[in-house]
Write a protein that binds this ligand. Structure first.
Ligand code: PEP
Ligand code: MN
Length: 259
């Protein structure tokens, strides 16, 4: 294991990020209905997923795209997680959302677009809740590290980083997964780091190989988008793995971990 002596661990509902065993976070890009999230939670729990994801406040590039179900969706996610015994992660985009809703999630996700939102990061430092800080899509390692320090130096040490791909000259994929970030940031910051191959590549057929690359380079977790019917998803269907194919992938991840 890389730089083992530097590793800071972050506990989320009894799961330890940074203990040397990758955690699996999966779920839809967005919570779309109560039925959708309950069904996904049930099936994902069965195949051994550790944490359920689901966006409710969605940072969409276009203001005309589906913006998420907001508070209503967050209640569905929270209740589905409780019902099936899965901790949950969801993104908040504003200080108001953090203050009002942080008690409803187990991890607060800060999205790529908000990595530079310093007032928001400072507020996260004042609350007692794990934060997953995604890398800004054009952030250097130093900028990302310093963004984490806005939270940590303000009092909240429970920060997990997430590499979700960066913008490069390449246009064939949604982003470019910077695999170097995984061992490098783990070593330099001591923080646990999760890889989100779904947003990195944007194409479901490449999520699996990138996920293995992340595990091989020491990622402390994976976050993968899954949907029951990706072609009908309200957001990010093209990168979502079909639910019925996901158990097989989870089996492969576990086999890899046993090696
Ligand atoms: C997401 O995880 O749903 C998301 C919007 O990711 P990112 O902030 O990495 O674009
Ligand atoms: Mn998404």
């Amino acid at each position: 294991m890389i730089c083992e002596e530097n590793i800071i661990t972050v506990e989320v509902a009894g799961l330890i990020f940074g203990d040397g065993k990758a955690k699996f976070i999966a779920g839809p890009c967005a919570v779309e209905s109560e039925e959708q999230i309950y069904n996904l939670a049930k099936e994902l729990k069965k195949c051994g997923v550790d944490i359920l994801r689901g966006g409710c406040f969605k940072p969409r590039t276009s203001p005309y795209s589906f913006q998420g179900l907001g508070e209503e969706g967050l209640h569905y996610l929270n209740e589905a997680g409780k019902f099936y015994g899965l901790p949950i992660i969801s993104e908040f985009m504003s200080i108001e959302e953090v203050l009002k809703f942080h008690h409803l999630v187990d991890i607060i996700q800060i999205g790529s677009r908000n990595m530079y939102n310093y007032p928001l990061l400072r507020t996260l430092g004042e609350i007692d809740k794990p934060v997953m800080l995604k890398r800004g899509f054009s952030a250097t390692y130093e900028e990302w590290h310093l963004a984490s320090q806005y939270i940590i130096s303000n009092g909240n040490k429970k920060v997990i980083l997430a590499e979700r791909g960066i913008r490069t000259f390449e246009t064939g994929t949604r982003n470019t997964l910077d695999i170097t970030a995984i061992p490098f940031m783990k070593c330099r910051t001591g923080l646990p780091i999760v890889c989100d191959p779904s947003h990195a590549v944007g194409l479901r057929e490449f999520v699996e190989p990138l996920a293995f690359a992340a595990l091989a380079t020491g990622a402390d977790g994976l976050m993968i988008e899954v949907h029951e019917t990706p072609e009908k998803a309200l957001s990010d269907g093209r990168q979502s793995i079909e639910l019925k194919k996901f158990p097989e992938l989870m089996d492969k991840f576990r086999d890899f971990q046993r090696r």
